[in-house]
Design a protein around this ligand. Structure first.
Ligand code: PLP
Length: 450
C-alpha cells in the first residue's frame, strides 16, 4: 500500500458530501477510503493494508480481484455486456445448469435476481402463489434483506424501524444452545423443544394460513448459529405435515462458506426453494437467485410467473459465476474450507475460549465462526447489550480498533466477533489474523473485568 494523501482527501470529501450510506446516521460515520485489494487483503490511501476477515459483507468468497473472475468479466464485456432476461443467453444458461448440478436432485430451475433480498422476495412470492397461503414464518434471529417483504421477515432490529410490519409474517425462536430460549440441557433437547415450539407456532398461527417457513441454514449475521442435529430435518417434516413451503436462505452461507455448496447439505435436509447471492460470484457483479423444486417450477409451466427484473441473469454477473464454479473445482475450495476450519480455526478459537475470560462461546463450521463475548462466563451476560450502539457498544468498538491497528479488518456484530475470511486465504494469513484477534481479546477481557 502506498500513501496518497491527496487521493485520500478527495475520496473522503466526495463520499462525505454526496454518498448516502446504508443503515447509518449520515453525520456520525466516517467511511474508510479503500484504494485496492488482492486476495484476502485490501489497502487504503494511507499506507495501511488490512486482512479482510469479514470478506466485505461475507460475500467475497474468492477474495479481492481474483484473476479468473476479473478475466471472465472482461471477456464477457468484450463479447456481450448485457442482454435482457427474456432472451436466451449462453453464460446465463451455463451458470443455471452448473447451479442445478450441485443443488439437490429434483431442483432443476433457477430464477436469477440482482441480490439476496430480491431472491427472498421472489421465493416468498412463489410459495404464496403455489400454496394460496400468505403468511410466512421466520426466525427472530435472522436477516433476510432490505426490500419490503424481506425486511419484514427479518427478525433482527433492522425490522423495527421499518414497521408497521406486514401482518402476514410471524416470528419464532430457532435453536440457540448457548442462550436456549427453551432451557435445554443438550443439543438433542434443544432440537426437540425448538421443533415443539415451531409446531405450536404453526398450530396457533393457523396452518391453513401459512405458505412458507424461511430459515437461514446457518444463521449468519445474527450469530453464526449452527443448527443442532435433527433440527432442519424436523422443520422439513413439519412443512410436509402442514403443507408449507420450506425456503432455505443460503445468501450468506451458500457457495462454500461452511465447506459445502449449500449449508443445508451438511444437515441432511432438502428444501423446496433455495435463495442465494453473495458467494455465487463473490459479488463482483450483483447477482442472486432462487433455485426451484421441479414441483413448484411445474406450477408455472402453463401459468405465467408474475415477476421479473431488467437485469435478471446479467451476463457479466453470470460470467463471474461460471468462473467461480471453475475455480471451486480446480482449487478444491470446498475441501480447503473444511480442512482449514477443522484443523486451523477451530482449535485456535477453542484455545482462545479457554484463555480469555470474556469468551463465552465459540461456534461455527468451515470458515464461518463466531466468538461470543460476555461480561461473566457464569451468568453469560453479554459484553454489550443486545442491539447496543454508541457508548453502550464502546467495548466492541475498542476490540475492532485493536484489530485494525494490527492490520485486520474484523466483522463485529452486537457482542460477537465473527471470523469469515475469503475462502482463498492462505494458511499463514489465517493464522496471523487469528493471532491478531487473540491479542484483541485482551481488550475484551479488560472490558469484562470492568
Ligand atoms: N439473506 C441473508 C441470509 C443475508 O445475509 C443477506 C445479506 O446479508 C440477505 C438475505 C440480503 O442480501 P442482499 O443484501 O444481497 O439483498
Amino acid at each position: 500500500a502506498v500513501a496518497d494523501p491527496e487521493a485520500n482527501a478527495r475520496v473522503r470529501a466526495d463520499d462525505r458530501a454526496h454518498v448516502f450510506h446504508s443503515w447509518s446516521a449520515q453525520a456520525l460515520i466516517d467511511p474508510h477510503p479503500v484504494a485496492g485489494g488482492a486476495g484476502a487483503s485490501f489497502w487504503d490511501y494511507e499506507g495501511n493494508t488490512f486482512l479482510d476477515f469479514s470478506s466485505q459483507l461475507v460475500n467475497l468468497n474468492l477474495g479481492h480481484q481474483h484473476p479468473d473472475l476479473v478475466a471472465a468479466i472482461q471477456a464477457q464485456a468484450g463479447r456481450l455486456a448485457t442482454i435482457q432476461p427474456s432472451m436466451a443467453n449462453d453464460v446465463r444458461g451455463d451458470l443455471a445448469r452448473r447451479i442445478c448440478e450441485v443443488a439437490p436432485e429434483g431442483m432443476s430451475k433457477v430464477f436469477f435476481t440482482n441480490g439476496g433480498a430480491d431472491a427472498v422476495e421472489n421465493a416468498v412470492r412463489m410459495a404464496r402463489l403455489v400454496t394460496g397461503k400468505r403468511k410466512v414464518l421466520a426466525a427472530y434471529r435472522s436477516y433476510h434483506g432490505n426490500t419490503s417483504t424481506a425486511i419484514t421477515l427479518t427478525g433482527d432490529p433492522r425490522r423495527w424501524a421499518n414497521e408497521p410490519a406486514d401482518g402476514s409474517v410471524a416470528h419464532f425462536f430457532g435453536p440457540y444452545a448457548y442462550r436456549s430460549p427453551f432451557h435445554s440441557a443438550s443439543p438433542e433437547e434443544e432440537t426437540r423443544r425448538a421443533l415443539e415450539h415451531l409446531e405450536q407456532t404453526i398450530i396457533l398461527e393457523g396452518a391453513s394460513t401459512i405458505g412458507a417457513i424461511i430459515l437461514e441454514s446457518v444463521v449468519g449475521t445474527n450469530g453464526v448459529l449452527v443448527p443442532p442435529p435433527g433440527y432442519l430435518p424436523g422443520v422439513r417434516a413439519l412443512c410436509d405435515r402442514y403443507g408449507i413451503v420450506y425456503i432455505a436462505d443460503e445468501v450468506m452461507v451458500g457457495f462454500g462458506r461452511i465447506g459445502e455448496w449449500f449449508a443445508f447439505q451438511a444437515f441432511d435436509v432438502v428444501p423446496d426453494l433455495i435463495t442465494f447471492a453473495k458467494g455465487i460470484n463473490s459479488g463482483y457483479v450483483p447477482l442472486g437467485g432462487v433455485i426451484i423444486s421441479d414441483e413448484i417450477a411445474a406450477r408455472f409451466d402453463t401459468v405465467a410467473f408474475p415477476g421479473g427484473l431488467t437485469y435478471s441473469g446479467h451476463p457479466l454477473a453470470c460470467a463471474a459465476g461460471v468462473a467461480t464454479f471453475e475455480v471451486f473445482a480446480r482449487d478444491g475450495i470446498l475441501e480447503r474450507v473444511r480442512d482449514l476450519g477443522a484443523r486451523v480455526v477451530e482449535p485456535r478459537l477453542r484455545a482462545m475460549a479457554a484463555k480469555h475470560p470474556s469468551v463465552g462461546e465459540v461456534r461455527g463450521q468451515g470458515l464461518f465462526w463466531a466468538i461470543e463475548l460476555v461480561k461473566d462466563a457464569e451468568t453469560r451476560e453479554p459484553l454489550v447489550p443486545f442491539n447496543a450502539s454508541g457508548p453502550d457498544a464502546a467495548p466492541m468498538a475498542a476490540i475492532a480498533a485493536a484489530c485494525k491497528k494490527e492490520g485486520l479488518w474484523p466483522f463485529t456484530h452486537f457482542n460477537r466477533v465473527h471470523v469469515a475470511p475469503p475462502l482463498v486465504i492462505s494458511e499463514e494469513d489465517l493464522v496471523r489474523g487469528l493471532d491478531i484477534i487473540d491479542r484483541a481479546l485482551d481488550v475484551a477481557d479488560r472490558a469484562a473485568a470492568g
